[in-house]
Design a protein around this ligand. Structure first.
Ligand SMILES: Cc1ncc(C[n+]2csc(CCOP(=O)(O)OP(=O)(O)O)c2C)c(N)n1
Length: 707
């Protein structure tokens, strides 16, 4: 390192520390509302920042990484604007806590507060860089769909940085990310900032043997370095070597830095409650700031006056930035402003462009939902090279020699929905992931943030839960928490539901309301082949994350088959379908209840003359309130029916809203028909009793008609 670099290194460390100190004062004055510091980690992080290239490489930093972000070009003012929650906070517009770094220009990607989720985003980001380098045509801007709003940049030799604390290495997502980084030899630089504590939990309680380097040492393809993270020179050397290894395409790297934590975990924590005085004193002696200052003096790089001048300039900079931040305009509290960027402001899936008609083709044979979904995936992959499909067992054959030779047919998904995709589009557009659902969704987020369009599959809805953290805390708030700067539009296809005869607890689950209760995510659930094709196309082309729920029982049902509608057929979200017009009462439903309710309604009319209007919502978020209201105003009676459990279910919301907004039109209390409040049992007699049957729907309709 040159003399200038060393001085700059110290300046950045000191700038970071003084910014923390200023935030601490502001917190004590109640001018900001949270503080977590970088203190003790500065040497490791300045080294990383100086070894990498902002706006070229990509960054998924931990909340400790103030010094990294300053080194990359983030300003103190920007950091303090986030601390006060200012409208002009570039990271989040006042939506996220301080130290949740995000800056589009510098390629610092919006983080959550969750520890280790970012590791999987970094993997997806690195995969996207590699993908675009191999498919440069895919990066081109295109009008007509999400690509209009998703600019792509890539370099070919870019490196993705991700950091975390030693405590966070206990999270499964860290290990799930190492799996893919290692297997795919991705250019990802991990930095583990080991300050020996996760709040009050010491490293040996998190990490067997007390040292993460020992545990990860056998992952293939990695460059490893374990260093004193308070020694600037050792840090810089390790970072430069690690970055060079990644940039040369040799694989990922992991730099494990032993650092200190002089300011407790955060301002809400007092470490004297759980650390001995002796331990704290020993740590203080390793403070990197004091160590580097001494070193600069000893080596004659700066004299005392030089240090004073540098520190005074930094102090003034921090002071000025704090003054400006105190004057900052605060965010608007209007409903509209608060909800802005929950979903894409550029392209709504309810847009008229998605309202197209099926076209007749030479082949007008009736197709199943499974077949039309498969056709739709193929059509969209042909049309848009950014679309990639991955998940468990979705490829035709990972060992593909026999497949290429035409000797084997291939699997293509446990329900065959993705059959033939790998064969037609190649193994870098359709592949099998490790058996790890968070890995699937977390990687998809990183890819989508870069402009790819992942169409990921979760094999069964019953196993979506390992990915729930990624879906609720990352995918859904990604755009909103970054105030519209970042987004990750993607599709997650999931086979769902029961009525399987023997599906039991773990192959029959519903649970859509858990996701409709998550702001930021579109939820779709078609009941027939044609709707499935049209809605999947909209899901793929739109600019928002979509959870696409495919009822397993409907995949190959005789009900609801349809002819291939052509490669442009799309259905806008939020538009219900009146499956059966009627005048006496309204049934609002979706998914596998549609054919069951239809059967019940037809029987009821035959037997009693009661004329039921049946509405298939098709999309659950957004949903078509206008269609519901128009129907209930006509019939004055409403039943909401779904396969999922009754209590706290999707129907509760619809019923409540009908009660609130349509009370004056009602001639009977709103009713719900749904599953019993339990899991689905294996024995078919039990399954039948637990899930709503046509007879239950018939009974509810008949009673309501008589009310
Ligand atoms: C998934 C998750 N669980 C719990 C928390 C609460 N939490 C915040 S920081 C933290 C400790 C993190 O320790 P470590 O990763 O070692 O980083 P350090 O703060 O020591 O730098 C915990 C438990 C969280 N943010 N996310």
């Amino acid at each position: 390192m040159s003399r200038e670099q060393l001085v700059e290194f110290y300046r950045l460390m000191y700038l970071s520390r003084r910014t923390d100190d200023r935030e601490i004062v502001l917190k004590r004055q109640q001018k900001i509302f949270f503080q977590v510091s970088c203190a003790g980690h500065e040497a490791l992080l300045v080294a990383a920042g100086m070894a990498m290239r902002p706006g070229y490489d990509w960054f998924f930093p931990y909340y400790r990484d103030r010094a990294l972000c300053l080194a990359l070009g983030n300003t103190v003012e920007e950091q303090l604007l986030q601390a006060v929650g200012a409208a002009e906070d570039v990271a989040s517009g006042g939506r996220q806590m301080p130290s949740h770094w995000s800056n589009k220009k510098l390629h610092i990607v919006t983080p959550s507060s969750a520890t280790a989720t970012q590791c999987l985003h970094a993997i997806g980001c690195a995969e996207a860089g590699r993908y675009f380098a191999r498919h440069p045509e895919a990066a081109k801007k295109q009008a007509g769909d999400y690509r209009e709003f998703k600019d792509v940049t890539f370099q070919g030799d870019e490196v993705t940085y991700v950091s975390l604390g030693e405590g966070a290495t206990s999270q499964g997502e860290f290990w799930e990310s190492l799996n893919t980084a290692s297997n795919a030899k991705l250019p990802v630089l991990y930095v583990v900032e080991d300050n020996e504590y996760a709040i009050s939990t010491p490293v040996e309680a998190n990490t067997p043997g007390g040292n993460i380097s020992w545990l990860v040492a056998n992952f293939p393809n990695f460059y490893f370095a374990e260093i004193d993270g308070t020694d600037p020179i050792a840090c810089y050397r390790a970072m430069v070597e690690a970055v060079a290894y990644c940039r040369a395409g040799r694989g990922p790297a992991l730099v494990h830095g032993h650092v200190v934590r002089p300011y407790s975990h955060s301002l809400s924590d007092d470490e004297r409650q759980y650390r001995s005085e002796e331990e704290v004193q020993a740590e203080n002696a390793r403070d990197p700031l004091a160590k580097m200052q001494l070193w600069l003096l000893r080596e004659g790089i700066l004299d005392e006056e030089g240090i004073n001048r540098l520190e005074q300039k930094v102090d003034e900079e921090v002071h000025r930035a704090a003054d400006r931040a105190m004057q900052a305009v605060l965010p608007s509290v209007s409903r509209e402003a608060i909800l802005r960027h929950q979903y894409s402001e550029d392209l709504r899936p309810s847009d008229a462009r998605f309202d197209t008609q099926p076209v007749a083709t030479a082949d007008d044979s009736e197709r199943t939902m499974a077949e039309l979904l498969n056709h739709c995936l193929k059509d969209e992959m042909r049309r848009d090279e950014r679309v990639v499909v991955f998940g468990e067992d979705v490829a035709d054959a990972t060992r593909d020699e026999a497949l290429r030779a035409g000797e084997i047919k291939g699997k293509g998904g446990v329900f065959k929905l993705t059959a033939g995709l790998q064969t037609e589009f190649g193994s870098d557009r359709c592949w099998n992931t490790p058996l790890a659902e968070a890995n699937i969704v977390g990687r998809a987020i990183g890819m989508a943030a870069r402009g790819m369009k992942p169409v990921a599959e979760i094999q069964f809805f019953d196993y979506i839960w390992p990915a729930m953290h990624q879906m609720r805390n990352e995918l859904a708030p990604f755009r909103w928490r970054s105030n519209g700067e970042w987004s990750c539009p993607m599709v997650i296809r999931v086979p769902i539901g029961g009525y399987l005869t023997g599906g039991s607890i773990y192959h029959s689950q519903s649970g859509e309301s858990i996701f409709t209760h998550t702001p930021g995510m579109m939820v779709v659930m078609p009941s027939n082949a044609l709707d499935a094709a049209g809605l999947l196309r909209t899901a793929i082309r739109c600019d928002d994350p979509v959870l696409f729920l495919e009822h397993k029982r409907l995949y190959r049902e005789t009900f609801g088959r349809g002819a291939y509608p052509g490669p442009e057929y799309a259905i806008p979200f939020g538009k219900a379908k009146v499956v059966r017009a009627g005048k006496d009462l309204t049934v609002i439903t979706y998914g596998a209840i549609v054919p069951r309710a239809l059967q019940a309604a037809e029987k009821l009319e035959r037997e009693t003359g009661v004329d039921v209007e049946l509405i298939d919502l098709r999309t659950l978020n957004p949903y078509d309130w206008e269609a519901i209201a128009a129907s209930v105003q006509k019939t004055s009676k409403a039943i909401v029916a779904h396969e999922d459990m009754l209590s706290w279910g999707y129907g509760a919301e619809i019923a409540a809203r009908i009660g609130e907004e349509l009370f004056d039109w009602l001639d009977a209390p709103v009713r719900r028909v749904a599953a019993m409040d339990t899991f689905v049992a294996y024995q078919p007699l039990l399954e039948d009793a637990i899930l709503p049957q046509p007879e239950d729907l018939y009974k509810a309709m008949e009673e309501m008609a008589r009310y």
